[in-house]
Design a protein around this ligand. Sequence first.
Ligand SMILES: *[C@@H]1O[C@H](CO)[C@@H](O)[C@H](O)[C@H]1NC(C)=O
Ligand SMILES: *[C@@H]1O[C@H](CO)[C@@H](O)[C@H](O)[C@H]1NC(C)=O
Ligand SMILES: *[C@@H]1O[C@H](CO)[C@@H](O)[C@H](O)[C@H]1NC(C)=O
Ligand SMILES: *[C@@H]1O[C@H](CO)[C@@H](O)[C@H](O)[C@H]1NC(C)=O
Ligand SMILES: *[C@@H]1O[C@H](CO)[C@@H](O)[C@H](O)[C@H]1NC(C)=O
Ligand SMILES: *[C@@H]1O[C@H](CO)[C@@H](O)[C@H](O)[C@H]1NC(C)=O
Ligand SMILES: *[C@@H]1O[C@H](CO)[C@@H](O)[C@H](O)[C@H]1NC(C)=O
Ligand SMILES: *[C@@H]1O[C@H](CO)[C@@H](O)[C@H](O)[C@H]1NC(C)=O
Ligand SMILES: *[C@@H]1O[C@H](CO)[C@@H](O)[C@H](O)[C@H]1NC(C)=O
Ligand SMILES: *[C@@H]1O[C@H](CO)[C@@H](O)[C@H](O)[C@H]1NC(C)=O
Ligand SMILES: *[C@@H]1O[C@H](CO)[C@@H](O)[C@H](O)[C@H]1NC(C)=O
Ligand SMILES: *[C@@H]1O[C@H](CO)[C@@H](O)[C@H](O)[C@H]1NC(C)=O
Length: 770
Amino acid sequence: MRWFIWLSQLFYLLLLFYSQLTSSSSSSFNSSSPLLCSQDQSSALLQFKQLFSLSEIASLDCDISYPKMEFWKEGTDCCSWDGVTCDSVRGDVIGLDLSCSMLESTIPSNASLFLLPHLQRLNLAFNDFNISQIPSGFGRFAKLRYLNLSHSLFDGQVPLELSHLSQLSSLDLSGNFHVSFETSVVKRLVQNLTKLRELHLDEVNMSSVSLTSFRNLSSLASLSLEACKLSGSLPDLDIFGLQNLRELNLGYNFLIGEIPSSFSNLKALSSLSLGGNYLNGTIPLSLSNLKELSYLDLHWNNLSGRIPSSLLNLKELSSLILTSNSLCGKITSSVSIRNTQSLENLLNLTNCFFVGPIPVSFGNLTKVTQIILSHNYFTGQIPSSLSNMKYLNFINLSYNKFEGSMPISFGNLTKVTDIMLQYNNITGQILSSLSNLKYLNVIDLSYNKFEVVENQQFLDLHANLLQGNLPVPPSTMIAFFMSNNGLTGEISSMICNASHLEILDISNNNLSGKIPQCLGNFGHHLSVMDLRMNNFHGTIPDTFEKDNSLATIALNGNHLEGKLPKSFVNCTNLEVLDLRNNKINDSFPYWLEALSELRLLVLSNNKFHGPIRNHKNKGLFFSKLQILDLSHNEFTGLLPRIYFENLEAMMISNENAQEPQYLAQHFGNYNGYVRYRVPTGSYQDSIEVTVKWSKIELPRILTIFTIIDLSSNQFQGEIPHTLGRLKFLRLLNLSHNSLTGHIPSTLGNLLALEALDFSSNKLTVKFLCN
Ligand SMILES: *[C@@H]1O[C@H](CO)[C@@H](O)[C@H](O)[C@H]1NC(C)=O
Ligand SMILES: *[C@@H]1O[C@H](CO)[C@@H](O)[C@H](O)[C@H]1NC(C)=O
Ligand SMILES: *[C@@H]1O[C@H](CO)[C@@H](O)[C@H](O)[C@H]1NC(C)=O
Ligand SMILES: *[C@@H]1O[C@H](CO)[C@@H](O)[C@H](O)[C@H]1NC(C)=O
Ligand SMILES: *[C@@H]1O[C@H](CO)[C@@H](O)[C@H](O)[C@H]1NC(C)=O
Ligand SMILES: *[C@@H]1O[C@H](CO)[C@@H](O)[C@H](O)[C@H]1NC(C)=O
Ligand SMILES: *[C@@H]1O[C@H](CO)[C@@H](O)[C@H](O)[C@H]1NC(C)=O
Ligand SMILES: *[C@@H]1O[C@H](CO)[C@@H](O)[C@H](O)[C@H]1NC(C)=O
Ligand SMILES: *[C@@H]1O[C@H](CO)[C@@H](O)[C@H](O)[C@H]1NC(C)=O
Ligand SMILES: *[C@@H]1O[C@H](CO)[C@@H](O)[C@H](O)[C@H]1NC(C)=O
Ligand SMILES: *[C@@H]1O[C@H](CO)[C@@H](O)[C@H](O)[C@H]1NC(C)=O
Ligand SMILES: *[C@@H]1O[C@H](CO)[C@@H](O)[C@H](O)[C@H]1NC(C)=O
């Protein structure tokens, strides 16, 4: 900054030098002609100039500022000076505009400025008068019509003497937030300044002033009292006699109560700002009598009720700011919103009775960061112009009647974190470009018609924090990934119309209700049915038909009860059956032996009970099983010796396979299905196992992984020697049972064993001392 000030000073010095050259030459050339400016006024001005030092900071808020008095020189015609206007006939100084002139100092009451008796216009705005009193001397300008002291760091009370300025037509003291008004001064001012057309007092402290003080200013066209600490209710304006008022700004005060319908008497009103107050009640219907109204700002109040539609049809209305109220009504497309400046944060028009389309011009609210139009009756297409709001981070258009497709331009809302479109009739494809929105956190598209996308085959919206109900996939859907969201409610049985479905993954949501009966037999293509980690209750449907393709059924982590459906035997391709953490109450399903492909059988943490019967079943004994988890049930009797003797998958090694192989690797890469956020591959089975007392989630199950967990049951008797045949068993947990006898020495054959837990039994430990 310093170098800049220095440079600019240098610049002014050079200019000064130059102007001295030119003015001296011109004055010598013009020496014979008399100066227009009178000597006393010229010297009053020069004396006034002496008061000030220059400071760039004093006029910092100006777009352009420079020291206008710099070139005021004795011996030159003051009427030619920058900022000075003279009467062309008599040479009297009638205008002085020193706004944005970098002036810094206090103005004493006896300043020579007040010796300019003919002054009609005076502008000292945007200077720094060093937080000093407004001098009473201003009251001496008997002919003054225009006085502008705005933003000039005055202090204290407005002097009573200003009320002597009976010719004044414009007074601007705004921005002087140290200055305050007393009611008595306002009253005198209003009484005497009958010619006032413009009165701007924004930010002046009027906390002790009543609005009624401003009555009878019959010439007033513009009254701006924004942020003046005004309180109380809005007075009835019919007694005000402000019939010429075109502009009224009472924004950001502490006004309470209702907007009086008598505002309609302000027939000339074209701009009305009442935002940022505590006004309540409804918008008076009578406001629509204001035929000239073009700007209406009622934001940040407590207004309720409908927006009178007649108001919205006012021809001149071009800016409408109703944010943060509880308003209702109709927004017609004829309303164009042009205000691009003041509305920076929230456009909150929720829970009203707005009907019709969102006006395209909403997109002009480019600074809005949150737009909430939920719970209205908006119809039509969502205008793509909304993406002009480049700071938008929250968009809630839910509970309306929007139709058509989602604007492609939504993919350009790069800052957006929340998109709520639930409960509309939006159709078309869910935009793949949404996956580019890296801050997107919540997207709720439920209760729309997105699902009626013809020919959509793959939809991956997993891990998106989707809310609402599970969308119904179209009949063409093949892979439907909806896991890890916040979906709630029941599954609609309409889901069964998707008869081509091969993968249904809706795990890790908050879905509830019963599993639809039709899920067992709605198509013969379903290979993965993953409903785990939800809140489903009731029984598992017993509708599985022959020739189905199911390879994975994962229902763990629900509240399912009753018996296992016998129709599971029709799932002859089943490899993975995970039912842990439910309330299934059944005896051991030995009949699942018929499922010759079964590799994983997890029944832990249920109410299975009774002995595991050694059942002769055509020589099928879960020969491909790699994971048998029956822990945390109420099984009794002896350990199932017959199985230990026949779990062939645990007897042979397939570690020599060249690539690691995983269970249920049914699907290759889908080309072209819509991916969202976390790219997914094909479906992979996962399982949580308890290894050495800590739970670990194995996202993919290696085919070499072998587990027997029969812990926390009531098994009795001895550990069969035949367990030693399971050479490639890796984890064995028989803890928390009532096993007796010795640990068989054949266990030494378990070459692959990594963890072994026999704790909390009644085993006799035999110490082998050689
Ligand atoms: C002489 O003064 C008159 C009136 O102030 C002005 O209009 C004129 O331009 C001046 N002439 C020159 C050569 O400066
Ligand atoms: C501003 O006022 C303070 C006292 O209030 C004084 O010390 C300072 O010199 C003044 N500055 C100017 C530029 O008049
Ligand atoms: C204003 O009054 C002060 C003393 O209060 C005096 O020093 C100064 O010269 C006066 N200025 C003018 C322009 O009369
Ligand atoms: C007062 O002066 C400032 C700076 O020139 C200007 O922006 C403002 O509009 C003026 N006020 C009135 C009422 O003319
Ligand atoms: C009102 O204006 C008149 C004429 O300028 C003046 O004589 C009178 O003192 C003023 N009254 C007040 C209360 O300022
Ligand atoms: C505003 O004026 C009132 C009384 O006139 C005073 O009590 C209050 O402190 C002032 N507020 C500010 C912020 O100056
Ligand atoms: C509006 O506010 C005033 C004062 O706070 C209260 O007395 C009145 O009951 C409110 N009116 C409505 C319609 O809420
Ligand atoms: C929007 O307005 C409604 C009703 O006035 C209110 O409940 C909600 O909290 C508002 N939302 C925001 C983000 O301000
Ligand atoms: C407001 O929006 C409309 C429609 O999008 C557009 O034609 C107009 O130029 C916009 N006005 C401004 C001031 O941006
Ligand atoms: C969606 O459209 C159907 C008719 O196609 C209608 O019955 C339903 O009420 C609409 N839903 C919404 C939220 O507008
Ligand atoms: C998205 O933004 C880019 C770059 O600003 C622009 O070229 C493209 O037209 C926009 N797309 C839409 C659909 O508005
Ligand atoms: C197996 O499916 C057939 C129909 O394909 C059905 O008739 C039969 O009852 C099912 N088996 C069981 C045990 O439910």
